[in-house]
Design a protein. Sequence first.
Length: 319
Amino acid sequence: MIDFRSDTVTKPCNKMRDIMYHAPVGDDVYGDDESVNQLEAYARLRFNVADALFCSSGTQANLLALMAHCERGDEYICGQTAHNYKFEGGGAAVIGSIQSQPIENEADDSHFAKTRLLTLENTIGGKVLGIDYLIKAREFVDQHNLALHLDGARAFNVAAELNLDIKEITKHFDSVSICLSKGLGAPVGSLLLGSEQLIAKARRWRKVLGGGMRQAGMLAAAGQYALENNTQRLVDDHANARYLAQQLSEISDFEVNMSNTTNMVYATFDNSINITKLAADLKAHDIVFSPSKQLRLVTHLGITKADIDTFIKVLTAHI
């Protein structure tokens, strides 16, 4: 199967599966899971942070960060297209009673929610927020006495694109979520990074939210393998995305956004194309993508340059 829907469709390799099988496990709620403890200790060193928490998903890690930074009735500032605002089930409001503020704040007034936090997402839509942008964001929150959280689901894609150590990105933030199950190839899990006080609060909320996993070591071991082995190869995904964009742009029925970077390609198409039928036709050839008015095609460790050539050939034959 050639699957362009997302980098979440990646599967653990045989070496990762072997490590998962042999991983020592214990009850993580009691702090007894050796593999979880090892992953969190490794993360503290890898990201140069005071503490780390293994979470079941990026959605959970982001929600825990919001609930650790904010109290009921507080608000956080975010972008209109931020995942923690649009695509994570409204958890901040529904569960945390935290108001999102995706537009410019009004002047201070007792009738308004008190702003506690600014959240950024990097990459966002496959695009990189550069270091200069992060520095300005840090200066802004310091000036206004806010905290700064990074939804870093694909932060390692940023590091790969800018050829930087991941610490050069995460050091600007008070908390960071890192997804292990997208381009890094682990089957499940994310990390939440922050101060000891914040992680202690987040750990309690994780338990309240049903995220207290027991023998989670097999998943943690996969996450550590991903961090140790699969971060440098993200440059291959970026190169494949650029190749895909170039090949797709040569088909007259498609207009490709060539300004995008990292592992996502966005394209619009001629009105004569029935995108739903096209998706069904390609699925019959074991090629899948998400049909929509604007196509998003994602490269990952399961996509090769040869897969892209196959996709372009079959696509051309069906339009």
